[in-house]
Design a protein around this ligand. Structure first.
Ligand code: IMP
Ligand code: MG
Length: 369
């Protein structure tokens, strides 16, 4: 992964793959051109690398020239194309092939065609190393296309993000989500998980996703996923993991600009942990840590019993029920502790002490991630 200005990019197309594609284009174009001596016209700035590599691979005599156009601001194409350097030689009667690094909306091509409208060239063809079919809005024919790519911003091999990245020999693609810190928070009943989650989300500007809340929200608002989940619950069946994952996905997408997430109440099984990894992976992100608050059983029992006296929660009033809940927590989370430990992502934090002390301990773990 690399960072240019404020954005993160991930490796997308290797230097070798680019080289092979340019080789193929050179052979294909040389065959079509036959015995003519073509003039290759690169569109600066972006095309300098592809032109340089292309003409080295072109097996016959050719000429090279450049025009300079500018359209991009940051990561967005603008309609307003500026002609900074136009044609500087007479191309009457010549076979002209435009060499582009990338064709996106096609706005630049409009300007290219405008430039050539009054030139009496023999033929004008368009070749591009990269092409984003989903972004293309014009109907000019593209005669030679190297690689079709999705409509996502890329850098490298001549392409830049606000000036940076042109020198990279391979292509990088912008990350779906920017850099995130994603935590799975665990703690036995009475460990103070809710209190700490509230502090952490404030301190690190994270979104707290409590699976219970997400379920209640979807069911209350009768979303498609909520209705689906309810149909299982009404039959007394467990909601399939995929439904839960789809709900979490919706939450993550709603907050794609977040600094990260605190997952609470999910995952509970190995399969769910794997699904959560896949979900984060699909967002070009990852779970950074499972943080578990560790509190001795006797202290938990004491805390819950005293909470039961004021809260009136029936399950906080009975010592044997409390002990069962604690035991069940350890049964369930033991597997997850193993799962995340195997990835060096398990962090146990002493949950005994003042709220502030515990927050400090949690922060130390997060700051080191
Ligand atoms: P178009 O005019 O929208 O077809 O865009 C063409 C020009 O926009 C290219 O020559 C590039 O300079 C720039 N461009 C389009 N897509 C990208 C991208 O993903 N990364 C960097 N520059 C791009
Ligand atoms: Mg360009």
């Amino acid at each position: 992964m690399i960072k240019l200005h404020d954005k993160y990019f991930k490796p997308f197309i290797s230097a070798k793959e680019i080289d092979d594609v340019i080789q193929r284009l050179a052979i294909e174009i040389a065959e079509d051109v036959g015995d003519e001596i073509p003039v290759f016209v690169g569109i600066l700035n972006g095309s300098f690398m592809v032109v340089s590599d292309f003409v080295k691979k072109y097996p016959k005599p050719c000429e090279v020239t450049f025009i300079k156009l500018a359209s991009y601001e940051g990561v967005k194409s603008t309609e307003d194309i500026q002609r900074l350097i136009g044609l500087t030689q007479d191309l009457t009667g010549r076979t002209v092939i435009i060499l582009e690094d990338i064709i996106d909306t096609g706005n630049t091509l409009t300007e290219v065609h405008r430039i050539f409208k009054n030139e009496e060239v023999k033929s004008l063809k368009i070749a591009t190393l990269f092409y984003k079919p989903e972004a293309y809005k014009k109907d000019y024919k593209l005669h030679y296309v190297g690689i079709e790519i999705p409509n996502k911003f890329i850098v490298g091999f001549g392409l830049d993000y606000d000036g940076l990245g042109r020198n990279l020999p391979e292509i990088y693609q912008i990350k779906e989500t920017q850099h995130m810190t994603n935590l799975v928070l665990f703690g036995p009943p009475g460990a103070g998980k809710g209190t700490q989650a509230d502090f952490l989300k404030e301190k690190y500007n994270l979104i707290h996703i409590s699976t219970g809340d997400v379920f209640r929200y979807n069911i209350k608002n009768e979303t498609a996923l909520g209705m689906l989940a309810k149909s299982y619950m009404d039959k007394g069946e467990l909601v399939p993991d995929q439904v839960t994952i789809d709900m979490l996905n919706a939450e993550v997408e709603k907050n794609a600009d977040a600094n990260g997430f605190i997952f609470d109440g999910f995952p509970r099984t190995n399969a769910q942990a794997e699904s959560l990894n896949e979900l984060m992976d699909s967002k070009d992100s990852q779970i950074n840590a499972m943080i578990a608050l560790e509190v001795d059983d006797e202290i938990l029992v004491e805390r819950l019993l005293s909470r039961g006296k004021t809260s009136g929660r029936a399950d906080d009033a009975d010592e044997s029920i409390i002990r069962n809940r604690i035991a069940e927590y350890y049964n369930k989370t033991a597997i997850l502790k193993d799962f995340y430990s195997a990835q060096n992502k398990y962090f146990g934090v002493d949950g005994v002490g003042s709220i502030d002390d515990i927050t400090v301990r949690l922060s130390t773990v997060i700051d080191e991630l």
